[in-house]
Write a protein that binds this ligand. Structure first.
Ligand SMILES: Cc1cc2nc3c(=O)[nH]c(=O)nc-3n(C[C@H](O)[C@H](O)[C@H](O)COP(=O)(O)OP(=O)(O)OC[C@H]3O[C@@H](n4cnc5c(N)ncnc54)[C@H](O)[C@@H]3O)c2cc1C
Length: 512
């Protein structure tokens, strides 16, 4: 084996593992705070689940297709203002999504205007307004708490003081519902028996929490159900999802941080376990062939927590290892990437749709806008994703795998034909990625996506902390509060950076 390259001549302040949105955010914030930062990304480009890939004339978003947090005061907007970088160009989505339940022809439109959305839901779900009012009050309290940048869950006195500082009277009241599910809210409102409402809620909640209404934490669900409306809202980026990573990369570079692509981290060795005492040693392979190592005072790991046992080996405390082993598997995803002539699509269509569909499961569909950088003029990309249990995709030989893959793709295409009223064989291009593809693309064990399911026992105070049990190792990404989504992982990155900097005697505060 060739000798390992020492990447940094001296010890750097921080190594960030993984250049998805979480890692880019953390690295840019710490570089801006004046630390010497090395961001190591295994892939040939940044972005991770919010990245893109090219096929001929098409640019496909790998996973994420819409963005929250770009509104004034939202986490992405605050971040870009702090970094002194223009946010990516984006348009608000209205409706945020158009949801079609099985066997129906009239979709439920998640309008951006709260009044219009209230009328829409009253029309579709008469008698449910008390439920929506409960959700609205909980969401308002959550949001007030969130805007004060709490640390959750707290692991030391500084964390606790910061969390208590973010509490106000309303969040304290909503804290009484910390053990409740969305189904409990439905019961309180007297509409738990409305099966059509339950089906709609299950579709919405699974997208973010991986759980249906009877398992999703009420505090989390209340906010998920308010995501599409002002003053929050969802955004469509002009020029593909990669523009979000590109803007963060710009912030990192401007602050003097360094992004090293094709650097896969294989081992994290804590201080005291190697000759360079007092620092972490980060070891890995660059370009797949050349070993490297780098010493750092702190490490931020953005890979999903299921990757920690392999990265830390025996250094991972037994109690923590057992806790990780006790978690249910996160989901995997099947994602269909298609390209189509625009004249084959309905004349008027929203950019994001959901279809309650049986096989392989409910579809979340994103259609590119004209000239938004995804497809040549007159054509569109159509992306449809479905959650799937991840491990079974690794359990069979190649023939069975290919057979399952073909069946899943046929199932998704059949759903798209119905949803978009397409003639058969309308796609100019079509392919499917499975958890195997996500493992290759993002290094996520078993291609898991979406973090931990947001049940009452895993959400907020009961979830995994960004302060790990090992001094100098910090965690962020979708396994950490507040969970998945580009806005969620940027928020967890911000939280980890504040803790890291506080330990060094500095503070970090984003305006807005
Ligand atoms: C199908 C799908 C649809 C989605 N839709 C949306 C959506 O519309 N809107 C939304 O906001 N969110 C959406 N999400 C969720 C969102 O994409 C993720 O929550 C978020 O992008 C995760 O960011 P991250 O930085 O935590 O992790 P990742 O994106 O997984 O990034 C981690 C990075 O670390 C790198 N890495 C991993 N291991 C190593 C290692 N050992 N060494 C070096 N590098 C390593 C990976 O290559 C990767 O680039 C979707 C996700 C999926 C899968």
């Amino acid at each position: 084996m060739p000798p390992a390259d020492r990447l940094a001549a001296e010890v750097c302040d921080v190594v960030v593992v993984g250049g998805g949105i979480g890692g880019l955010t953390a690295a840019a914030l710490l570089a801006k705070a004046g630390l010497q930062v090395e961001l190591l990304e295994a892939h040939h480009q940044s972005g991770g689940c919010a990245g893109t890939f090219r096929r001929g004339p098409y640019t496909f978003d790998v996973g994420a297709t819409q963005v929250a947090g770009l509104e004034s005061g939202g986490i992405h907007a605050r971040l870009f203002a702090h970094l002194g970088v223009d946010p990516p160009a984006a348009s608000p989505l209205d409706p945020g999504c158009s949801v079609l339940l099985a066997g129906e022809t009239t979709p439920i439109q998640l309008w951006r205007d709260p009044q219009r959305w209230a009328l829409e839901r009253q029309r579709h779900f008469p008698g449910s307004e008390r439920f929506w009012q409960f959700c609205g009050s909980l969401h308002a309290a959550n949001w007030a708490f969130n805007r004060r940048d709490p640390i959750l869950p707290p692991r030391n006195a500084w964390d606790l003081a910061t969390m208590l500082g973010a509490l106000g009277p309303a969040p304290l009241a909503s804290g009484l519902l910390v053990g409740a599910t969305v189904l409990d809210l439905l019961r309180l409102a007297g509409c738990a028996g409305d099966q059509r409402l339950r089906r709609f809620l299950d579709l919405q909640l699974r997208l973010y929490s991986q759980q249906p209404a009877d398992h999703t934490a009420a505090l989390y669900g209340a906010t998920v159900l308010a995501m599409a409306q002002e003053p929050l809202g969802l955004w469509h980026l002009h020029g593909s999802m990669q523009t979000l990573s590109a803007a963060l990369e710009q912030g990192l570079a401007r602050a003097g941080g360094r992004l090293r692509l094709r650097h896969r981290v294989e081992r994290l060795v804590p201080p005291g376990q190697h000759p360079t005492q007092g620092t972490w040693r980060v070891e890995g392979q660059c370009h797949g062939t050349t070993p490297f190592q780098i010493a750092a005072r702190d490490v931020i790991c953005t890979a999903p927590v299921q990757a920690l046992p392999a990265l830390l080996g025996e250094s991972l405390p037994l109690g923590y290892r057992r806790r990780l082993a006790g978690f249910d598997d996160p989901s995997g995803a099947l994602v269909f990437y298609g390209a189509i002539d625009r004249d084959r699509l309905p004349a008027e269509h929203p950019l994001h749709l959901q279809l309650e569909w049986g096989d392989p499961g409910p579809l979340f569909v994103s259609i590119s806008a004209e000239e938004d950088g995804h497809a040549p003029a007159g054509q569109a990309t159509v992306i449809a994703s479905v959650f799937t249990p991840a491990r079974p995709w690794f359990e069979h030989g190649e023939d069975t795998y290919q057979e399952r893959k073909r069946a899943a793709q046929a199932g998704i295409e059949a759903g798209l034909v119905q949803l978009l009223d397409l003639a058969p064989k309308s796609f100019r291009h079509s392919e499917l990625s499975t958890p195997r593809g996500f493992l290759r693309w993002t290094g996520r064990p078993f291609g898991f996506v979406g973090g931990l399911g947001q049940t009452p026992g895993r959400f907020g105070p009961f979830g995994l902390a960004s302060r790990s049990p090992l001094t100098g190792l910090w965690l962020c990404g979708d396994s950490i509060f507040p969970g998945e989504g580009t806005a969620g992982v940027s928020q967890s990155a911000h939280m980890a950076c504040r803790q890291l900097l506080a330990r060094r005697g500095f503070s970090l505060s984003l305006a807005g």
